[in-house]
Write a protein that binds this ligand. Sequence first.
Ligand SMILES: [Zn+2]
Length: 317
Amino acid sequence: MKRVFSRVLLAGAMTFLLCAAANAAQPAKGFTAQQLKQMSTFLSNFTEVGLWDFDVRESGDDNVLHLGSDPSHPDLIRFGIRHNYINNFKNRVKPCKKKDCEYGSLTIEGKFVAETVKKYFDISLENSSVEDSDPSYHFDGKLYHFEGADGEAVYYAEVKQAARGGNGIRMTGDLYNAEDKDDRPYTFEAMAKPYKWNGKDTWVILSMRTKPVDDGADKSGEPDMAKLLARTKGTWRIDGEKDTAYIVMDGKGNFEAYYASGALEASGTLEPSEEYEDVYIYLLRDKSGKDMDMGFFMDSDTQLHFGNDEGPVYIRD
Ligand SMILES: [Zn+2]
């Protein structure tokens, strides 16, 4: 699909302006402590089963799982079974009726697994066996057979900040060890979208990324601008497609934006600015140094998106 850079710029600029104005005027307004707690519980459903780096896209950045790439994605099935094993064991997990079943001593109906995936991801799961996994999950057409196993250390999410932005609500915070609340070796950034489930307001997950606390910007003082800019180096294309508008960044703070035709549309410099705690927006300035009223967020080292709308993502070549 061909898209023109200027349209993206315009949409990005307008939504960014609106968002920036809202943030500036009402820094404290947003979500209540109670809502942050509900978000923490929501995200802990993913982190407790070890799902830490993923999104629901069909493709993109190689460093994360793209759960939208396959309606029988093994990690969706694993999530659906593990979630019920941990949270609904009494009601939904039954001993296998077959003596010495080769596929494991426990079963759960596939419909419950699919329901859980729908509830948390809004993805319609197609039940299927996951054999090359430990433990494996065998689907017989109605039931999954599996062996119960207690996982490794469990981490829960604590949302410290949330703001409307990107494609939904951006939630940031820490992951902490379920056995020791002071043990917080990771920070996360998640995107979720408001969702109705059985008439109740909840969210569905769009993406989650975690990183070790040591890996971020320098907490002791000024952010490391050189490091922040270095992340931008590369050629960025809409949805990673070759025939679209693209942006070239040198990793030192300069950018050039091109039309799909290859003609130069704009060039200038980038200015990282902290939008939320440890989350930077890269503001664009034109060659004369004039603020272009737009900016982008780095979703990961290989994906970024402009503004705060439902706009396209850019993938690094
Ligand atoms: Zn069985």
